[in-house]
Structures are given as C-alpha cells and as structure tokens.
Design a protein around this ligand. Structure first.
Ligand SMILES: [Zn+2]
Length: 98
C-alpha cells in the first residue's frame, strides 16, 4: 500500500484491516473474470478449429449451420445435400470392401 493510499485511509478513518474483506472480494472477482475469459477463449478456439476443418465434399458447403454432428458415431453430416462429411476410418474401409 502506497503512502498516498495510507493518507487517504487516515483521512477517512478507515483501517487497512477493515478493507481486507473488500480486497478479498475483489481478488475473488478477478479470479472469476480470469476463469471466464479462459473458458471463452477455449470455446472460441474450438469453434475456429471446427470451422477450418469442415467443407462438404459434395456441395462445397462450409457454413456451420448446415452441419449436423453425431458425436456418438463420430459423424458429421451436411444437411444441405445429405452427404456424410466426416466418418470414422473404420467405417470407410468397411464401406469400400462390401
Ligand atoms: Zn453438402
């Protein structure tokens, strides 16, 4: 705490100890903001990564709203033309052999 800050505290008859809870609240708020920012950046990075990856091989659609995800089967389907854009390597191999 600087001399200037101490002078202000003395002027208003506020002790450093009485401010401690407020300072703690501020620290906690800072941590929450940092955490929220980190999550937002992660989410943004995930969205950007997805967008870069997907282009429909049939209709060249790269608009995210026309892709439908099936996480359980690892598939992404283009709802514009019905083509399965991303399939698992195992399924691709089986399809060719049949
Ligand atoms: Zn398509």
């Amino acid at each position: 705490m600087s001399d200037g800050e101490r002078a202000i505290l003395q002027m208003y008859a506020v002790s450093e100890a009485s401010l401690a809870p407020c300072i703690n609240d501020l620290k906690e708020a800072d941590e929450r903001v940092a955490e929220a920012r980190r999550k937002a950046e992660e989410e943004l990075a995930r969205v950007v990564k997805r967008r870069k990856k997907r282009t429909c091989v049939s209709c060249r659609n790269d608009d995210e709203q026309y892709f439908e995800e099936d996480d359980a089967r690892g598939q992404v389907t283009c709802t514009r033309c019905g083509t399965c854009v991303v399939d698992s390597a195992v399924n691709d191999t089986e399809w060719v052999r049949q």
